[in-house]
Design a protein around this ligand. Structure first.
Ligand code: NAP
Length: 484
């Protein structure tokens, strides 16, 4: 396995519980945790309620808040790995550079930074937001002060009393700007295009609530089910029931109007594109922060970064001591920079040259015994990625069981199943908000090929639970096809 975030740890635990113990996870970071290990910027927290943003098999009644902060989520992942006895299955500080399929032996050979490893089945769980995107801004390298990405936060850089420039107004920026604003002397926030928000309504759980969750786990399950049902409604609004969108847009507008009195600033932060096309951001403090006297929201295009600040297209240069790039991630790279080479030397990068697609986001034709967790089109505009991951892991377990039952050693998605799924996917995506035209990590640079799941998440759970008849081809070592 590659990657020890929620996907990798979840797979280890679920496979162990299903009786598959011979699993090794390679993790390039020095700890498990994935994005929660890397994204330590001030204010980093989850924007999915914690009782849904946790493993279904490891409910935590003691989250400190409705939306847990980063450090607590990181501690939770480590705690689950330890309690479930899978910690020693993770090889940290080990990057998988290449995986090559050996057709003769029906095995994957992994070239890692610590040597070679052989595997019958390859599961990747690299996350979609793990490779920081640094825009090619002219002069960026000339900046004299510290400049860093939110996912590579420099905790050694003192922000007290400094002038800070933050580029970007996505989920990371709207969390970190309110967190640093009270410390810094001034912060310029460079917005290219605004995104819709909704009130987060975050709060700390009082001790009595945590005790109640501990004593009555049904309460926790109810909260989880209720949150899931609500987020499924948001999913419907972005996909098959877009007539629901005006309701959410009205709430979003009200949030802006209540927090901001200045009509010009209101106009500047109100998006023109469809609600949900960019990721909806949950916040209670973004707009109030923008009204603080030491904050300026800059909307002029960035012309260049200078050694001492940022010059915008109108010719004005704003000085900065520190530059923060809240510019997101290379979300369409999926398993990159790892190279995967299937039978006949055909690489995954070649297969995905036009667009990355995978059956149920998990399986790619021509790449046997391989599953891509959180692969193409398994992202949602709402709900919890952990639900998606657990569904995908369930599919991997179903495949392993089928291999055992058939005494086969090779499972491969059929091209027909892949093509049929891709047609179905394209048709469904066409009617979603993600084809309404906006810049977002959900879509590629041309605004095409949304990497989103265009249906409900209950449908994903149902479809991944079993192997559809005929979707996969099985064979045994002697290359004799086993009936599919
Ligand atoms: P993002 O949503 O992709 O936002 C990147 C921001 O940088 C956008 O405002 C973008 O503007 C701007 N940008 C990019 N290139 C630029 C350029 N050349 N010049 C000016 N502005 C530029 O990235 P993110 O905020 O890191 O969030 C990514 C995702 O991570 C989120 O959507 C979310 O799923 C996840 N996340 C989750 C949490 C959580 O609470 N669970 C917290 C943080 C992040 P445009 O919009 O105009 O492209």
């Amino acid at each position: 396995m590659v990657g020890a975030g929620f996907g990798g740890v979840g797979t280890l635990v679920m496979l162990k519980r299903a009786g598959y113990e011979n699993v090794t996870v390679f993790e390039k970071g020095e700890r498990v945790g994935g994005v929660w290990n890397y994204n330590t910027y001030p204010g980093a927290a989850c924007d999915v309620p914690s009782h849904l943003y946790e493993f279904s098999f490891a409910p935590n009644p003691r989250w400190s808040r409705r939306y847990a902060p980063q450090a607590e989520i990181q501690a939770y992942i480590e705690d689950v790995a330890r309690r479930e006895g899978v910690f020693d299955r993770v090889r940290t500080n080990t990057e998988v550079e290449r995986a090559t399929w050996d057709e003769e032996r029906a095995k994957w050979t992994l070239q890692t930074s610590a040597g070679e490893h052989e595997a019958d089945v390859l599961v990747t769980a690299c996350g979609q937001l793990s490779v920081p995107s640094v825009p090619p801004l002219p002069g960026l390298d000339s900046f004299a002060g510290p400049a860093f990405h939110t996912a590579e936060w420099r905790h050694d850089v003192e922000l007290q009393g400094k002038r800070v420039a933050v580029i970007g107004t996505g989920c990371s920026a709207i969390q970190t700007v309110p967190a640093i604003q009270p410390l810094v002397s001034h912060v310029d926030v460079y917005q290219r295009s605004p995104g819709w928000t909704l009130p987060k309504m975050d709060f700390a759980y009082p001790e009595t609530a945590k005790k109640l969750f501990e004593r009555f786990p049904a309460l926790l399950r109810f909260d989880r089910a209720f949150t899931f049902a609500f987020l499924e409604t948001v999913t419907a609004a972005m996909t098959s029931r877009r007539w629901l969108l005006p309701v959410f847009r009205a709430v979003a507008r009200r949030q802006i109007n209540r927090a901001i009195k200045d009509p010009e600033l209101r106009r500047t932060v109100t998006p023109g594109d469809e609600f949900g096309c960019k990721r909806i951001m949950l916040t209670d403090d973004w707009y109030p922060t923008l009204t603080e006297p030491n904050v300026e929201l800059v909307t002029d295009r960035i012309a260049e970064v200078t050694p001492t600040g940022i010059r915008t297209a109108d010719g004005r240069e704003r000085p900065a001591d520190v530059l923060v790039l809240a510019t997101g991630f290379k979300s369409h790279a999926f398993v990159a920079p790892m190279e995967i080479e299937g039978p006949g030397g055909h690489t995954l990068a070649e297969e995905w040259r036009d667009v990355a697609r995978a059956y149920l986001g998990l399986s790619v034709p021509g790449f046997p015994n391989m599953f891509v967790l959180y692969g193409p089109n398994t992202n949602g505009g709402a709900v919890s990625i952990i639900h998606q991951l657990e569904s995908g892991i369930g599919h991997v377990i179903a495949a392993l069981r089928e291999l055992d039952t058939r005494r086969a050693d090779r499972i491969e998605l059929t091209r027909e199943a892949s093509d049929a799924f891709n047609r179905e996917l394209r048709d469904a995506l066409a009617g979603t908000v993600w084809h309404s035209g906006c810049t977002s990590w959900y879509v590629d640079e041309d605004g095409n090929d949304p990497s989103q799941w265009p249906w409900q998440w209950t449908a994903y759970r149902r479809r991944t639970a079993t192997l559809a008849p005929g979707a996969y081809r099985f064979s045994a070592n002697e290359r004799v096809p086993v009936a599919s």
